[in-house]
Ligand binder design. Structure first.
Ligand SMILES: Nc1ncnc2c1ncn2[C@@H]1O[C@H](COP(=O)(O)OP(=O)(O)OP(=O)(O)O)[C@@H](O)[C@H]1O
Ligand SMILES: [Mg+2]
Length: 220
């Protein structure tokens, strides 16, 4: 792992909110094909850190480098262009739309001016097969279980060619067998060279899937 290519680096990142220093000079780096566990107590700054990588927050100080180049991640589309996908606990899927519609990423295939639902669902099927999830693309997202929603989110991230996949406490809402499936999938992503940032409170999960660990304490 040691000579694996570095995809992302954070140097001296700082972030204040009124009355609180959320992050104070944080350094962090991420290599292709590793699962990097981010560990820390409630309020340590884990979510704040990843929100700066996904464009939700702007850093007050420090810098973010992707492929060795300093970048500005001003919003979600900047992050997407840089290949950074984030899966929050509160998902980004549109619940009242079908899985296939969600996976069409706002650009459904058209035929004679109409959405070609058959093709849309075929394409979604292909994306879901990539993550090995047996969900019917015609299902409404609202009717999925949490674990299935998570898998659909991962499928979406891969469809957007994410090289960095950030997961904020993905196991918190899963059963033991669902966690096992998620870990299998994360292992496959790692084999493909995707870099995974994995936030957890559970120490035992580090041994199960982590290649490296960064511990945040009081924003440091
Ligand atoms: N939008 C915000 N406005 C004000 N304070 C915030 C905001 N977001 C985070 N904070 C504060 O910044 C600090 C770090 O919060 P953060 O959510 O990053 O922690 P965390 O490590 O993700 O915690 P948890 O394990 O509970 O998810 C906390 O003191 C929190 O109250
Ligand atoms: Mg958090």
């Amino acid at each position: 792992m040691s000579q694996a290519r570095e995809i992302l680096r954070v140097e001296g990142l700082g972030k204040r909110f009124p009355g609180v220093v959320a992050l104070d000079g944080v350094d962090f780096d991420l290599r292709a094909g590793e699962v990097h566990v981010l560990l820390g107590e409630n309020g340590a700054g884990k979510s704040t850190l990843i929100k700066m990588l996904s464009g939700a927050y702007q850093p007050d100080s420090g810098r973010i480098l992707v492929d060795g180049e300093p970048v500005a991640i001003r919003n979600a589309s900047d992050a997407q262009r840089l290949g950074i996908a984030t899966i929050y606990q509160e998902f980004n899927l549109v619940p009242q739309l079908t899985v296939g519609e969600n996976l069409a990423l706002g650009r459904p295939p058209r035929r004679f001016g109409f959405v070609d639902t058959r093709r849309m669902h075929e394409q979604a099927r292909g994306m879901l097969d990539l993550v090995g999830v047996g969900v019917d693309p015609r299902t409404r997202v609202a009717d999925l279980g949490i674990a299935q929603m998570q898998m659909v989110e991962i499928a979406k991230a891969l469809a957007l060619n994410a090289r960095v996949l950030i997961m904020d406490e993905p196991t918190a809402v899963l059963t033991t067998s669902e966690v096992r499936r998620l870990f299998d999938l994360v292992g496959q992503l790692r084999e493909r060279g995707v870099a995974v940032v994995f936030i957890t409170h559970h120490l035992e999960e580090i041994a199960q899937i982590g290649d490296r660990v960064t511990v945040l304490r009081d924003g440091r």
